[in-house]
Design a protein around this ligand. Structure first.
Ligand code: ADP
Length: 766
């Protein structure tokens, strides 16, 4: 609204529940033009949606794992920026919170978003010399670190930049091509890259908000540097904590690399450490800084050093015995840490199981940093904390500890710094920290804390938490060691996650292949099973027609019987297919009722005997079986199918036996025959749809391989299971077990049910 700069005569007031009134001030009623009214309404709606809240989840994240994602993100950011600049309010897909805050600051400072080059803070070499002289401690301390960075990033298209505390560039070194491009926008020593001068940019924004900043393309507020990516970290005075300058790496936007955030933060810490040793040496009077020579653009400050300064270029033959001894001790410490680090890295990379890897990371962090406990935590899709693993395990299981971490940390600024910026967080005394909840020391007994980001190509995926019970000044060595471990840890987690994804894909592919095989079998089986009765019907109909309808009554009756038989076979098959599709879709509904199982079995067997007179069925059914709460029709269907199979697959008139008894934890029903039995390796397969034993395929025994699959579906829908065993003396026994009714399956009369269950003891799952 501000950018329309209206006077205050007429007010357009929109009420937004929970946020009060949004007031649009204009010089006259006419001045509230439709566009402004629309903007005000959009703003109000946005506030209603919660867009005005700073802790709102943001939708434009840096998705930069692949070049396609970088391009997509860059395009999306362009749209977001244009929308923001056009409307002045929160865009539909807002950028990251720190970017939005910076854009708002730029708006307030009236930075021109169409800027194509930054203003110069100084225009003369002499002025530049003065500027550098004013930051000589910083420049001197940064020199070895920058030269290390230059070697590390050699040939990768990056420049390495140092600015002073006002955002004025002191040094720009590195890739020549990139430096040439940057010279066009006055990204040269003497250039002013504060936010107020150059809009949102890593240097200026890191200065403005005091934290690590990584920017991509159109996250830059000004149009002139939207083809760049930059990552910057503030360098603080080692004693006062005041920001002395900014260390930055800048290159083409396609070069954005998430790991650079914590890397530059670590480098900035090293500059701080260098400054500390320089200050100590200065106090001892061991070195002085020579005046600058003017060397704009490719500057390389000239320092003259006395004996004993441990950074930069050593002056040969000037070290004292003390320095050599302390340097040796430091080297020894570093060598020891490197050995421990090597062990830790092997330990955390040993497994491809994500949970085991997280446990190992916590354990190895604790070993490496000599801690009582440590934790590793991952962020979920929407940035919430998931998979918190603590070492030792019993520590993590203590509900107070776990609850505290899970409840207190997510809302803390410390975790949002990690999540949003990939910035390592060191807190020497939690009691004096403003970025952690005050309850943490009291509830958790944590007094100092190190939070190390876990960064992969996909961005920040989590963090390592290294707590101490006492106040502790974390050293740069601690942080560097921790960050190195964290870098390996992130790779190990990524590997484990990729492995899991790969496994899922493999299973999925296997399932798809199996589904394809089943489909082919299904099509073949259904076409065959539909074809044979249809052929038989057609033959009979043709038989009836052929002789001009003049057949003997006996023949006609025979043909009609044949048609009726084949039609009911078709009907059965269609019914079976429908049942199967219900079972597959998990929508087989049961019409349960309380039934007397012995009666149901007796009726079914009697009907079977009536239909197949040559097959007497032996019965062994316990008379005192409890009432069952089942679907009687479906249960008859199972029994009937087993009896039919016992008849179909055995020599005629061999004995069939039906038995039913209470086992103590359910009812067990069996149908035994004296057929050829089922080979052991086929006993599970015969319950798959369309599966028929080889010996039965192509024989006169009719069958579709669906009956047992449907029986299994019905029994499982009742919570039971079905299987086949050898029958002693030859043949097979098909058994199915049904569990007693559970409390959740309340029948029509709960009292009746309680009685029934009580009679047979507790309910047990089979
Ligand atoms: P269908 O009997 O229609 O082929 P089922 O699913 O009922 O289908 O049976 C699957 C296969 O299991 C049968 O084709 C047969 O090979 C075998 N089978 C089933 N019951 C028996 C049994 N009682 N004795 C021997 N083999 C059997």
């Amino acid at each position: 609204m501000k950018r329309y700069g209206c006077d205050c005569i007429v007010r357009l007031v929109l009420h937004t529940p929970g946020y009060g009134k949004l007031v649009h001030r204009c010089s006259s009623y006419q001045a509230i033009c439709p566009r402004r009214r629309k903007l005000a309404v959009i703003a109000a709606l946005h506030l209603q949606r919660g867009g005005g809240m700073t802790n709102q989840p943001y939708s434009v994240h840096l998705s930069i794992a692949s070049s396609a994602e970088i391009e997509h993100t860059a395009r999306q950011l362009k749209v977001t920026r244009e929308e923001f600049l056009a409307t002045g309010i929160l865009p539909q897909h807002p950028p990251r919170p720190m970017i939005l805050e910076s854009w708002r600051r730029c708006c307030a400072m009236q930075v021109n978003p169409s800027r194509r080059y930054a203003p110069l803070a100084v225009t003369h070499e002499v002025q530049l010399c003065h500027l550098r002289e004013a930051s000589q401690l910083l420049m001197h301390a940064a020199r070895p670190v920058m030269s290390h960075l230059c070697d590390f990033l050699a040939g990768s298209g990056y420049v390495i930049v140092l600015s002073d505390a006002d955002g004025c560039l002191l040094e720009v070194i590195g890739d020549t091509g990139a430096r040439r491009r940057l010279a066009h926008i006055d990204f040269v020593p003497g250039g002013d890259w504060s936010e107020g001068a150059a809009g949102t940019n890593a240097l200026g924004t890191a200065l403005a908000d005091g934290h690590v900043v990584q920017l991509l393309g159109a996250e830059h507020y000004c149009a002139g540097w939207q083809d760049l990516t930059c990552t910057a970290a503030p360098i603080r005075h080692p004693l006062t904590g005041e920001i002395m300058g900014i260390l930055d790496v800048t290159g083409n936007y396609r070069l954005i690399r998430p790991f650079l955030s914590s890397f530059i933060a670590a480098m900035a810490l090293q500059v701080q450490q260098e400054m500390r040793s320089l200050l100590t040496s200065t106090r001892k009077g061991e070195f002085q800084i020579a005046p600058f020579s003017s060397s704009r653009g490719t500057s390389s400050p000239a320092f003259a050093m006395n004996a004993g300064h441990k950074t930069g270029e050593e002056v040969p033959g000037t070290s004292t015995g003390d320095d050599i001894r302390s340097s040796l001790r430091m080297q020894e410490r570093r060598a020891h840490s490197a050995a421990l680090l090597a062990v830790a890295v092997s330990a955390i990379s040993a497994s491809l199981d994500r949970e085991v890897t997280l446990e190992k990371i916590a354990e190895q962090t604790a070993h490496l940093l000599r801690l009582e406990t440590a934790s590793a935590c991952l962020f979920g899709e929407s940035g919430e904390m998931v998979s918190l693993h603590t070492w030792p395990k019993q520590y993590g299981r203590r509900s107070k500890f776990r609850h505290g971490l899970e409840a207190l940390l997510p809302q803390s600024k410390a975790v949002s710094l990690i999540r949003e910026r990939g910035e390592p967080v060191m807190i020497d005394d939690v009691l004096t920290s403003v970025i952690l909840p005050a309850a943490l020391p009291e509830r958790q007994g944590v007094r100092s804390l190190l939070l190390l980001p876990l960064i992969t190509a996909r961005g920040v995926i989590g963090f390592i938490l290294a707590p101490k019970r006492i106040c502790y000044r974390w050293t740069v060595d601690d942080v560097l060691l921790g960050l190195t471990l964290a870098a390996h840890a992130a790779t190990a987690i990524e590997n484990a996650m990729l492995f899991t994804t790969l496994q899922h894909h493999t299973h999925h592919m296997e399932a798809l292949r199996e589904a394809d095989r089943l489909k082919s079998r299904f099509v073949a089986a259904v076409s065959h099973d539909l074809q044979s009765p249809l052929t038989a019907i057609r033959a009979s109909v043709e038989g009836l027609l052929d002789q001009g309808g003049v057949q003997s009554a006996q023949m006609r009756e025979h043909l009609l019987h044949n048609i009726a038989g084949q039609a009911s076979r078709l009907n059965r098959l269609v019914d079976q297919l429908l049942d199967l599709s219900r079972i597959e879709a998990g929508v087989l509904s049961l019409d349960r009722d309380w039934i007397e199982l012995p009666v149901l079995i007796a009726d079914t067997v009697t009907k079977f005997e009536e239909l197949h007179s040559g097959w007497p069925v032996e019965r062994d059914v316990a008379a005192d079986l409890p009432l069952q709460y089942v679907d009687p029709d479906r249960l008859v269907q199972v029994l009937w199918n087993l009896l039919e199979n016992a008849r179909k697959y055995a020599a005629s008139c061999t004995s069939i036996k039906v038995e039913a008894r209470w086992t103590g934890n359910g009812v067990l029903i069996g149908v035994a025959d004296r057929g050829a039995g089922i080979p052991a390796d086929q006993r599970e397969k015969i319950f798959q749809h369309f599966y028929r034993l080889e010996r039965d395929q192509g024989t006169h025994t009719q069958g579709s391989g669906l009956g047992l699959a449907i029986c299994q579906g019905i029994v499982q829908a009742h919570g039971g299971r079905i299987w086949v065993e050898d029958r002693p003396g030859g043949g097979s026994v098909f058994r199915f077990a049904l569990p007693p009714p559970t409390a959740s399956l309340s029948g029509p009369d709960p009292l009746e049910k309680t009685e029934l269950i009580g009679e047979h003891g507790r309910m047990v799952t089979l």
